[in-house]
Design a protein around this ligand. Structure first.
Ligand code: ATP
Length: 135
C-alpha cells in the first residue's frame, strides 16, 4: 500500500478535508499536478477545477475547487481555496441556476469586467455540475 501523507483543504468558510491520503492531483495554474508522499516542496496558485485524491483506504474522492493556493510539502499538502466542496456537498440546482445567470450575462454583452466575471462564474458552475455527477 502507498505511503500516507496529510491533506488539508480549507476555505474562508470551513475545513473541507483534514485526513491522511495516498495520492492527490489538483489544477495548478501552471497545469495539473500530482503528488505522493515525499514530493519536493512547491507552492502554486490554483485554477477552477477538480481535486482528486485517494483516501487512506484507497477510495477515490473528488472535490470542486476554485481559486487560492496549494502548498506541497513532503508529508503534507495544504490547500487554501476561495471555495471548495466535496462532490456530494454540491447543490446541483444552485449550480444550474448560476450557469443560467452567467450565460444570460454573457448574452447581455455587458462591460468587459462583467464578461470576465460571468465567464469565471460560468466555469465554476460547469465544473460543479460535472463534479456533482461523479458520485
Ligand atoms: P453562486 O452564484 O451560486 O453563489 P458562486 O460560484 O458565485 O455561485 P462561490 O463564490 O464559488 O459561488 O462560493 C460562495 C460559497 O457558496 C462557498 O462557500 C461555496 O462553497 C458555496 N457554493 C456555491 N455554489 C455552491 C453549490 N452549487 N453547492 C454547494 N455550495 C456552493
Amino acid at each position: 500500500m502507498a505511503d500516507k501523507f496529510f491533506l488539508e483543504v480549507v476555505t474562508p468558510q470551513k475545513a473541507v478535508v483534514s485526513e491522511d491520503i495516498q495520492s492527490i492531483s489538483a489544477p495548478g495554474s501552471e497545469g495539473e499536478f500530482c503528488a505522493l508522499k515525499g514530493h519536493t516542496t512547491f507552492l502554486t496558485s490554483l485554477k477552477t477545477g477538480a481535486i482528486r485524491y485517494k483516501d487512506a483506504s484507497g477510495n477515490e474522492r473528488i472535490l470542486f475547487v476554485s481559486g487560492g493556493f496549494a502548498e506541497v510539502l513532503p508529508d503534507k499538502v495544504t490547500i487554501l481555496a476561495e471555495s471548495a466542496e466535496r462532490s456530494q456537498e454540491i447543490d446541483l440546482g444552485r449550480a444550474k441556476e448560476a450557469q443560467v445567470r452567467a450565460e444570460q450575462r454573457l448574452r447581455d454583452k455587458a462591460a468587459e469586467i462583467d464578461i470576465i466575471r460571468a465567464e469565471a462564474a460560468l466555469q465554476r458552475a460547469l465544473f460543479r455540475i460535472k463534479i456533482a455527477g461523479t458520485h
